[in-house]
Design a protein. Structure first.
Length: 370
């Protein structure tokens, strides 16, 4: 399959050179932070390495985000390399037949392999989204076709109908459902991606998933504070210790909601609801690393990536300005894979390097170069 795809994409390098020449004649500046990320965290093979783990792991999440950033940067060669590594190593060589395993790295015997076969639905949704948009923006039909096939498989293998909410994305193929409910992750439900999935497959379940997700996001965050995980029991949100904590997962909820186009479905409701978070989540001019979502009790200040993640939702507020000032005080790019990802999403959007329209389509700044 990769032989056929490689033949179809032989012109990518020339297209990249031409795009770079075009961009040199416009005002779009180099995305230095992303290029630092590439040099330090993306292996030449095309995998994102999380060096905070001794196993030097690669996750499907890391691959999905890197593919998105490569698309935002108009880097067709890197995008293809990331996709090829993901398919070969995480999807048994065929993304049309297998959703990617979420974890790859070095095992106890020193062998490099898949360490956990389970899937991660958020990563799969981001990969499918980036493929759809790469196909549209770069006019590469094979990408769009693969993205559509992935959406079909995600809908089949990673969604479930829950009483009181409807059809929702479950975190992975295995381990998250029980006889009476399940455990869900609100940060996996990026509304613009679900909107784009519906646009790509209007006669499928994606419209229902989008509508159910909006209701679920609001009801799982009573104070506008998103939780990391939510336990459902017989269709209702079940109070639990895990369901009270908002931290490294939940931070993405504010990020995705903040980047919604104002005219997108339920954007006004979501932005108004989660804007309440600023009453509780700020600590010492930063964003709390962890917070009790039911009483608003915050812990110590979180990393700089947390501040960046808040920029889209609070762009024109004093709270947002304080986070922007905190970021500006940083003399270099933050460390750590996940911290950097949040930083790239938040600052990249704040610098107008990309946006989403009301239908979830990507609006990259490099389109101005044409």
């Amino acid at each position: 399959m990769w032989i056929r795809r490689s033949l179809a994409l032989m012109g990518l390098t020339m297209a990249l050179v031409q795009a770079g020449t075009s961009c040199a004649r416009c005002e779009l500046s180099e995305w230095k932070d992303w290029h630092v990320f590439q040099r330090e965290l993306i292996h030449s093979q095309g995998r994102v390495v999380d060096y905070s783990d001794d196993r030097e792991i690669t996750t499907s999440e890391g691959q999905s985000y890197a593919m998105f950033f490569a698309l935002v940067d108009n880097d067709q060669v890197l995008f293809h390399r990331l996709l090829r590594w993901t398919e070969r190593n995480l999807a048994k060589g065929d993304l049309t037949s297998h959703l990617p395993a979420w974890l790859w790295g070095r095992d106890d015997k020193g062998n490099w392999r898949v360490l956990d076969e389970n899937s991660a639905s958020d990563a799969n949704l981001w990969i499918a989204y980036s493929l759809l948009e790469a196909g549209r923006l770069w006019k590469e039909h094979s990408y769009a076709a693969l993205g559509s096939l992935m959406l079909q498989r995600i809908a089949k293998e990673e969604t479930e109908n829950f009483p009181s909410f409807g059809t929702l994305l479950i975190p992975g193929k295995a381990g998250f459902l029980s006889e009476t409910g399940g455990r869900l992750n609100p940060s996996y439900l990026a509304p613009q991606l679900l909107t784009r999935a519906h646009a790509a497959m209007p006669d499928s379940i994606w419209r229902r998933v989008l509508e159910s997700s909006v209701e679920f996001l609001v009801q799982s965050a009573p104070l506008g504070l998103a939780p990391d995980w939510v336990d459902l029991h017989r269709g209702e949100i079940e109070p639990s210790t895990a369901g009270r904590v908002g931290s490294y997962n939940a931070i993405r909820v504010y990020l995705w909601v903040g980047m919604l186009h104002d005219a997108a479905l339920s954007a006004a409701r979501l932005k108004s609801h989660f804007s309440q978070a600023s009453k509780h989540i700020e600590i010492d001019g930063a964003v709390a690393e962890s917070i009790d979502i039911l009483n608003g009790t915050a812990s110590e200040p979180g990393p700089i990536g947390f501040s960046a993640a808040m920029l889209p939702l609070f762009r024109h507020t004093d709270f947002g300005q304080r986070q922007r000032a905190r970021i500006a005080s940083l003399m270099r790019m933050p460390t750590g894979y996940y911290n950097r990802v949040l930083y790239l999403f938040g600052t990249g959007w704040d610098e107008n390097r990309f946006a989403f329209d009301e239908k979830g389509y990507l609006l990259p700044a490099w389109r101005r170069c044409r």
